[in-house]
Design a binder for this molecule. Sequence first.
Ligand code: UDP
Ligand code: MG
Length: 320
Amino acid sequence: MKDEKTLYIVVPCYKEEAVLPETAKRLKKKLQALLEKGKISDKSRVMFVNDGSKDRTWEIISQLHEEEPQVFSGVNLARNRGHQNALLAGLMTAVNHADMVISMDADLQDDVDAVDAMVEAYHKGYDVVYGVRSSRKTDTFFKRFTAEGFYKLMKALGVDIVFNHADYRLMSKRALEGLAEFGEVNLFLRGIVPQIGYPWTTVEYERHERFAGESKYPLKKMLAFAFDGITSFSIKPMRLILLLGVVVFAVSILMLLYALISKLSGSTTAGWTSMMGSIWLIGGIQLLSLGVIGEYIGKIYSETKRRPRFIIERVLNKTE
Ligand code: UDP
Ligand code: MG
């Protein structure tokens, strides 16, 4: 066998019995086409991760593996842990066998044909290839509006993410080993991956509609996911409290002056000056203190995540 690279396609599945047979067929075809072109080795696999589905999902995966173990692999989680955790479980299993891993949704919303371009980019030396949606034509206005607003908000908060990229991406073995260094429990993969580093590029694709079954991301889950992303990567919301504290404190000094002047010019009722003064001053001091405490909590927060401080790409060193 030549120096061929092994590709694993990792697909998290939650209650996907309606789409799995078709997805398996399409991915198998894609794998075989790449194999024939000599782009990947015959050890390449499609790895389905069952995220604790209660329907026939795991049954279908086991059957696929039984019939064609040289094409399909399966990982079964002990219970439902959510898309991000299921995906990580698959990636961390696949990294032991693969040179590159592509993550993809089970519902074929991500265009399978973008895989070729991703593998091509890998061979050109890129470690991370982000699938980026070229348009959101198939989304409802609401989904498009909220999703794009989310990416803009993340950018404004200083979080480094790739615009319009979901979790459709290729990662090389060493990029995955970098990912493994991140020990955080609140997973927001599309925020973590850019932090790993290494050469990266993007591949555009058209996102289709889910061809069967229902979205497992209702509005409630989507909002929770977005909130998770922001709070896991930005302490700016907390810094805003400090800023507000500074502003209110400054205003309180002005109010105090105003109240005193009003009193001296004799145009106030008794008690007004002290009331006004203390309300503003105490409010300002409280917000300021909260902000200072927030800064420390922010520090503690980033310390507890124990993110890797660096990942070395290569060392040039001759010792003799
Ligand atoms: N998924 C999962 N665990 C969950 C929810 C979803 O593994 O708890 C998988 C699901 O099977 C699919 C992918 O995550 O492969 C994306 O989910 P979905 O297509 O429902 O989300 P949408 O595309 O609507 O955002
Ligand atoms: Mg989907």
